[in-house]
Design a protein around this ligand. Structure first.
Ligand code: SF4
Ligand code: SF4
Length: 405
């Protein structure tokens, strides 16, 4: 048997040696919970990867799918006592099996369009997804009729120019700009109302997470070189993102290259600037979901701190494992994705809330679709939409003041 010997496989073998195969992680792994198959657990995946990297195993479609089922939730990495770098192992292993995956043409087209997305192409992408509706899992895209009108309406509200105001980039993202333009529009309005000049650079692209996940180096380079343009202007020192997976990816790619540039979410931005914010009261039960990608960010509590300061609110954090959305898993593995998501939906229903907040667009569309499917009436929104909704009018058109709270 041919044994690969190159720097990448050698690094893989070194990294995977950290695993002592204790199996502690398996009980936390959502795909293992669903399949009850060792090859679908973190330990099993590391073992398959060791086999591939050492040349003892050859990749085939079954092996590739077991590895591709991984949701990338990083739960295993967070709980591993041996500090195995599971995410890094998966990233390095992808070239060893990715060509054995055979996903439907339509799924590949949609993901391809998302990966090469720019703000000017939002309506084109919405049109493609609408055209594809008959071939896609029915539980998805139940709000599909609103896609094009949403993108048209929200785009007209962007980019009012102000003079002498500090410029703040808004990173719009690919799926975010198709499925929840409302949150982009709300971020834009909040920043303007507090005296900043929001900038939506038309050259920005997808964050690159989808390309990285598919080991698509061409698109990854495209995303990185376009998004670098957001950070290179020394007059703009902050980029606000709306989707935690985009934020995690941008920070991973750029924080060492541009250490002076802050890449943060809106709640963290508002708190870090000590901006005085007055909220209208909201006497409702509001659930706050923490996406897996949010758990990788250094600012864990800013959203709950800000939203929790709304008078009268009952804010309930949902402590859960992955919702099952996992990049394009909603499209590629709908049965698994729904089954994993439904465990979280049960918790959401039990909590009897009026609003569900989540700051990751994959979780947003997945949970919204599953709630619709179960006939549950609960509003799903990005936290920025609730912030915008509850800001009282005097915050609008006023300059930033000096304290929060
Ligand atoms: S990844 Fe960590 S927790 Fe899982 S089997 Fe290996 S050493 Fe144990
Ligand atoms: S990243 Fe998540 S889905 Fe993948 S092996 Fe680890 S726990 Fe399982």
């Amino acid at each position: 048997m041919k044994i690969p010997n190159n720097p990448q496989t050698n690094t893989l073998l070194e990294l995977s040696k950290q695993c002592v195969f204790c199996g502690l992680c398996s009980q936390y792994c959502p795909t293992y919970g669903y399949f009850q198959d060792e090859n679908e657990s973190p330990r099993g995946r590391i073992s398959l990867i060791q086999g591939l990297a050492s040349g003892q195993l050859q990749a085939d479609a079954t092996l590739a799918q077991s590895l591709d089922h991984c949701l990338g939730c990083q739960t295993c990495e967070r709980i591993c006592p041996s500090q195995v770098q599971f995410g890094q192992i998966m990233t390095l292993a992808r070239p060893l099996y990715i060509d054995k995956l055979d996903k439907p043409w339509l799924n590949r087209q949609i993901v391809q369009q998302l990966k090469s997305h720019s703000p000017g192409k939002t309506q084109k992408l919405a049109k493609l997804i609408k055209l594809a509706r008959k071939a896609l899992p029915k539980y998805l895209f139940q709000n599909i009729d609103k896609l094009e009108s949403n993108s048209k309406a929200a785009q007209t509200t962007y980019l009012k120019q102000r003079t002498n105001a500090e410029k703040i980039n808004i990173f719009t993202g690919c799926a975010q700009s198709v499925f929840d333009q409302q949150a982009i529009s709300d971020t834009n309005n909040i920043l303007q109302s507090l005296g900043y000049e929001p900038v939506i650079n038309p050259e920005q692209s997808c964050c690159g997470a989808l390309a990285l996940r598919q080991d698509d180096q061409t698109n990854l380079q495209h995303c990185n070189s376009h998004n670098q343009k957001l950070l290179i202007d020394p007059k703009i020192t902050t980029t606000v993102f709306l989707t935690s997976a985009c934020g995690a990816r941008l920070r991973q790619q750029f924080e060492h290259q541009f250490p002076q540039h802050q890449i943060i979410d809106l709640s963290t931005f508002l708190l870090s600037r000590n901006i005085a914010i007055n909220f209208k009261a909201l006497k409702q039960r509001v659930l706050l979901h923490t996406p897996c990608s949010q758990k990788a960010l250094p600012f864990q509590t800013t959203t709950s701190e800000l939203i929790g300061s709304i008078p009268g609110i009952t804010l309930i954090p949902i402590t859960s494992s992955c919702c099952g959305a996992g990049g394009s898993h909603q499209l590629d593995y709908p049965d698994m994705s729904q089954a994993i998501g439904n465990q979280l939906i049960d918790q959401i229903i039990d909590a009897q809330a009026n609003i569900l907040l989540t700051s990751n667009i994959g979780c947003f569309t997945h949970l919204q679709s599953l709630l619709n499917k179960r006939g549950v009436k609960i509003q799903v929104m990005n936290p920025v939409t609730l912030i915008r909704q509850q800001l009282i009018e005097e915050n609008y058109d006023s300059a930033p003041t000096i304290h929060f709270g």
